[in-house]
Ligand binder design. Structure first.
Ligand SMILES: Cc1cc2nc3c(=O)[nH]c(=O)nc-3n(C[C@H](O)[C@H](O)[C@H](O)COP(=O)(O)O)c2cc1C
Length: 209
């Protein structure tokens, strides 16, 4: 499938086949393909919780407007955006620093510069922490959807859920914000898709001030 086909084929699927499971091989491939997503300083401030267990999905559904697809899809991902992913001492921050030294794209003497850069960009207010996490995890989520389509899987993104309720129910630490849930699976047999939704045109997207 070329990329144009992937973009045009991806749809939000409301009704999943609960009998057709997603193999761990496909799920791993989908997640690792999406791992190629670009991020601020390559900090990759995203994580996923993978829910397959019916009891867990039922608990999530209760906090997600009771949307049936949360229980029907064989896999539901809780996408997590790490508001502290820019912080000195964070394991990914430190791994990234080591990798940059190894690759020669930074030198030890630049550590102070790097700390100041991430601080000044992503820690000037709580909103900046959130924006850092949300934009990067949002790009990652989009990659997950396209990666799924490329593997013949269907998805449905959802922000119709009680954020704090999900955070509490699944004991998700405070450094995370949850941009969306992502149902993954296969379309229910014989489900007729509605025509694609309208989209803004070039002229509606491009503005000048
Ligand atoms: C961040 C985000 C949150 C969404 N939340 C929901 C949701 O909670 N429930 C739902 O039925 N659809 C949800 N949608 C799906 C949108 O309605 C859908 O993407 C849009 O109508 C375009 O349709 P398409 O994805 O089939 O092209 C969400 C989409 C995104 C990107």
């Amino acid at each position: 499938m070329n990329f144009n086909d992937i973009i045009e084929k991806r749809r939000s699927i409301n009704f999943f086949d609960p009998q057709k499971d997603v193999s761990q091989k496909d799920l791993t491939r989908m997640i690792e393909l999406a791992g190629n997503t670009p991020s601020s300083f390559n900090l990759q401030p995203w994580n996923l919780m993978v829910l397959r267990n019916p009891e867990e999905k039922e608990r999530l559904k209760k906090a997600a407007w009771d949307q049936p697809k949360v229980a029907e899809a064989p896999v539901v991902l809780i996408v997590l955006a790490d508001k502290k992913g820019w912080q000195e001492g964070h394991p990914v921050f430190e791994k990234n620093w080591e990798k940059m030294l190894e690759a020669g794209s930074m030198e030890s003497a630049q550590r102070e510069w790097f700390l100041n850069a991430t601080q000044s960009l992503y820690n000037w207010s709580p909103d900046a922490n959130l924006a850092f996490a949300a934009k990067n995890a949002g790009f990652f989520a989009m990659s997950l959807m396209y990666a799924a389509t490329s593997l013949g899987l269907e998805t449905h993104p959802m922000d119709g859920f009680d954020h704090n309720g999900v955070q509490k129910e699944f004991k998700i630490p405070d450094n995370y914000w949850i941009p969306l849930l992502l149902a993954v699976g296969y379309k229910k047999k014989d489900l007729e898709l509605t025509p694609p939704k309208w989209r803004k045109t070039y002229d509606e997207i491009v503005v000048s001030f």
